[in-house]
Design a protein around this ligand. Structure first.
Ligand code: ADP
Ligand code: SR1
Ligand code: MG
Ligand code: MG
Ligand code: MG
Length: 373
């Protein structure tokens, strides 16, 4: 749990934290200029405090985990070990996919604070941009690349059994998995006789980002960063894909509710569906390519060459595997959409729609609100 303070660092605390650490100060400015640094708390997530520090040499992002869920307060304790998991996951993802992951500069375990690369403007959180009606032509390509590279290379297909076991233990992330089980698979169904439980086959597991939704991506027209990996764990690949598609669909169902002109909203709706399709198709193609490439090597993982005669034998196996993953992703997507509508942590895509009638959608079309809405 750690013994770090239960208070946010605050602006002065941030200045002190950075100026005492040369590996951080180098990104902001000489410590002697610290009193002039601009410090803004920008945490718009549900869980942590996040500061952007700007000085003469540039900007830096600090993320601080307190021992509770920010949106609820001290009444909902949460392990601070989540930040160590986030740091490990960001480092693993940055190794596999450096273009789309911010670099970690320093991690203070005792204080539960990480200093990392500040994703620069004009990058902005995808969910907010979607509410503003924006589209990002290269997003599906970037997401497909991130998903294929991180999920294939951390799966049982690519790693040796020993390495996979070690990764599973390192990313047990028990407290955060318990939170996910509660808020996605249990709470929204109170009163139901039992909760859904996933029982994936071993090979369909990989190191997941674990919270891969539109609030965890910072986007610009030509560039994408994936942030906020505190829920990382070795889990079903389908969960990652399902969360992503579910959040694009939530934006889709909200698109006509934000007062944009009809043509803009319709264009965004089309782009959202296309992005969902293309990012999943791109992931499937990328994952298959990585598997075939891996099949030509002998280094660890059940995808190694010796198990199959050649591509003729291997391709149908890959296709069947990915078909299972895709089907499970659709099931997870349903659960994720339900939790975002009825559970804690609802989303701006729907919550910011003022007109209750516009919140009622059916099959992508607005319908007249009924009493039940
Ligand atoms: P939480 O875990 O509470 O959801 P996040 O890691 O998602 O926190 O960060 C909250 C907000 O802080 C993000 O929505 C984003 O605006 C900002 N942020 C987080 N990491 C960075 C970064 N590396 N660079 C710039 N802004 C960031
Ligand atoms: C208390 S639940 C908070 C939620 O926010 C995060 O982004 C995760 O999705 C988590 O389930
Ligand atoms: Mg977040
Ligand atoms: Mg988070
Ligand atoms: Mg979700």
């Amino acid at each position: 749990q750690g013994s770090s303070p239960a208070q946010p660092l605050g602006r002065q605390g941030v200045r002190e934290f950075v100026s005492q650490r040369p590996e951080l100060a180098v990104h902001v400015g000489e410590p002697s200029t610290a009193s002039e640094w601009d410090v803004r708390e920008v945490g718009d997530g549900n869980i942590n405090f996040v500061y952007i520090v700007t000085g003469p040499a540039g900007a830096l992002c600090l993320k601080q985990s307190l021992p509770y869920v920010r949106m609820v307060g001290a009444g909902w304790p949460l392990t601070q070990a989540r930040l160590a998991v986030e740091v490990e996951a960001l480092r693993t993802q940055a190794r596999l996919c450096p273009r789309h992951v911010p670099a970690v500069y320093t991690f203070d375990r005792a204080l539960a604070v990480v200093g990392m690369q500040c994703v620069p403007p004009p990058h902005t959180i995808l969910r907010g941009a979607l509410v503003r009606g924006e589209v990002f032509p290269r997003l599906s390509e970037h997401v497909a690349h991130f998903l294929a590279a991180t999920l294939f290379n951390t799966s049982f297909l690519a790693l040796s059994p020993q390495a996979f076991q070690e990764q599973t233990e390192r990313f047990a992330n028990r407290g955060m998995c318990e939170l996910t089980e509660q808020v996605i698979f249990s709470d929204p169904y109170h009163g139901a006789p039992h909760n859904r439980a996933a029982s994936p086959h071993l090979a369909t597991l990989a190191l997941l980002h674990g919270d891969f939704h539109t609030g965890s991506l910072m986007v610009a027209q030509d560039s994408t960063y994936v942030i906020d990996a505190e829920f990382a764990f070795c889990g079903p690949i389908a969960f990652e894909l399902g969360k992503w598609v579910a959040n694009l669909l939530l934006a889709f169902f909200g698109a006509t509710g934000h007062g944009h002109d009809t043509a803009k909203a319709r264009r965004q709706e089309e782009w959202l569906l296309q992005t969902a399709r293309e990012s999943i198709d791109g992931f499937l193609a990328g994952f298959q390519t990585l598997w075939l490439q891996h099949g030509a090597s002998e280094d660890g993982g059940v995808a190694s060459a010796s198990l199959f005669e050649g591509p003729d034998e291997l391709v149908p196996v890959i296709e069947a595997f990915l078909q299972d993953v895709t089907r499970d992703a659709a099931h997870f997507a349903g659960a994720v959409m339900i939790r975002r509508i009825v559970g804690i942590a609802r989303v701006a895509d729907l919550e910011t729609i003022q007109d209750p009638q516009l919140k009622c959608v059916e099959g992508g079309r607005r319908v007249w609100a009924r009493d039940a809405c």
